[in-house]
Design a protein around this ligand. Sequence first.
Ligand code: FES
Length: 619
Amino acid sequence: MEHYKVIFQPETREVEVLAGTDLMEVMNDAGVEHDFPCGGMGRCGKCRLKISHGLNPPTAREKEILNAGEIEDGVRLACLTKVQNDMVVVTEGDKKLQHNILLASEERPFNIKPHLNKIFINIEKPAIHDQRSDWRRIKDTLRKNGCEYNDLTVPIRVLRQIPAVIREAGHRITLVTDGNEVLGIEAQDTSEKMLGMAFDIGTTTIVGYLLNLCSGEILGVASTLNPQTRFGADVISRVNFAAQNEDGLDKLHKTVIDAINMLIGKASGEAGVSRSNIYGVSIAANTCMHHLFLGITPENIAAAPYVPATGEPVVAAAEELCIEINPAGRIFVLPNIAGFVGADTTAVLLAAELEQSEDIKLIIDIGTNGEIAIGSKAGIVACSAAAGPAFEGAQISSGMRGADGAIDHVHFARQLEYSVIGGGAPLGICGSALLDTVAGLVELGIIDKRGRILNPDKLTNPAGKRFANHIIEHGGQPAFLLVPAGKTGHGRPITCTQSDIRELQLAKGAMAAGVKVLIDKLGIGTGDIKEVLLAGAFGNYLNPHSACVLGLIPMELEGKIRMIGNAAGTGARLALLSSDEYRKAGDIAGDVEFVELGSYPKFNSIFGECTYFTIQDKN
Ligand code: FES
């Protein structure tokens, strides 16, 4: 069978592949970073790249998505391109977008109680008149030092190391223990060297905190875009990738493990410490990311009745998961609550201590799946609202993630004002800007209650009339022009189309309906909620007023909103630094009452109502 050469520029990477191979597959296998937001389904049109040599004629779908100029210029969709010639493919290379990743979060007091212990001992040397075994002498020394370990166990892996380590170390050794089990033996006194890394694995980003497990001090933070995005931007695309490809699950699992190992290397390198001093890693992740991290099929999460493989804490040996830390190290995975309310929500609840709160609080983590929890120490209910990818900028005509070039906020003053992440000419809008735009258009009366963009001659609001010339037709539908083609970084206009507004209505309708159902389930009124805590990246960047104007959060709660940052990361840190907190996480996951929105009485009519807009007229 014929082979062709594919050269990627500007990195000048070269691979040889079988004729007919999908370019997306070639890129994934070659490790060429590129976004495939719809998982290569040919739906989103966001995997554009330029082919400067070996161009195929455009497919029918490419003709629909790309404009004539782009097609002429050699722009194609990577997921719809097959290698049928030698090719030169131009990717974004070193112009790769810098993504905004949320690192900061609120702190709360807690007591450090490490999962693992280190004990330094100076054992007696053997002699002809003292022929006790090495292991026996270790146990005797521990007993002499007041450590009562009658049933101390040692695995063969450690037993094999003992003779050499104790002799090389002049009988001064440090034992690493987890309860009654010896996990490792080290030469000399290393009892002060106990580091760990706590991870929040999100669908889009991964953040890792390097910690001193004795003091709790954060020694470094490392983050990256979740490289699994090349298999799909959202959870469902990745589940499909795992299900439809023979080695799909393996690829997704290995990709996240590689990313974790890369971040461990980066954080430890920057802090000037050795990764072999890392003994613990904690993981907070949504249920799908949790399963992919553990190499468990996520297929049953995505199909009714949405059952995860486990809802309990999982402790694994580092070696078992190929996590490159000290071989004696352990991985502490926080527990899931349900198929779509994962361990990241458990971590958020742990950080916020909702289970101890006197006051009723509403916690929202807005994302592709918005997790919502309401409660207090009297009980907590939680649900997942299928918001879809609108808040992440996917499936929005000019949408993009919160990265360099994204408009992140829009303000309707006398003129349209906006801010761009990283400055410079804008490339698209991210979720927070979409929210600002639609909220502003609602207030200006440019969008009606049902979400329709009005004809300019139908505008009655004087402030809205100022923007009448922004109402255009784009791609055969009404749209609001945010930035004309001449002022953008790619020469295409940035718009908010009628379809984009429909997407947002579905997303905000799902979230708002989730809040309503939980309030109803608890039998409380909206006014009983004393505080609204917004967790996660999107919640941190959104304008609370816009969220309330759109009804995403009830308007009467506008003054009670507080951003708590990357609370899932905080929960992961607490669970790593304290075995008590980790146990608490297990209790939270077991005690929270999960509410399945789809089967809640009258959910469809609640959702339908929530897709409407209720506030208009800003003069
Ligand atoms: S169109 Fe190619 S990834 Fe969506």
